[in-house]
Design a protein around this ligand. Sequence first.
Ligand SMILES: [Zn+2]
Length: 85
Amino acid sequence: MDGLMLDGNAVAGLLQEVFAVEMTTAVGTCAACGASEPVGAVHVYRGAGVVLRCPHCDNPLVTIVRDDTRLWIGFPGVRTLEVAV
Ligand SMILES: [Zn+2]
């Protein structure tokens, strides 16, 4: 599985498309272990969709599935997301 893992910078374009702010420097706090890291430091797994996982405890933080016209975004494991405005 680690051979398929990238860091959060790999989904910078996708996140920029969804959020109107720079997301790789946004700081997320894991709901499972409480660690806070920039989105650029999370672990990214690509399959039928994209899963962003906590680099400390592997908790799934964000899930993203996309088709040609829509995105489905879940935040199953994010306690808070801090963005610069
Ligand atoms: Zn964690």
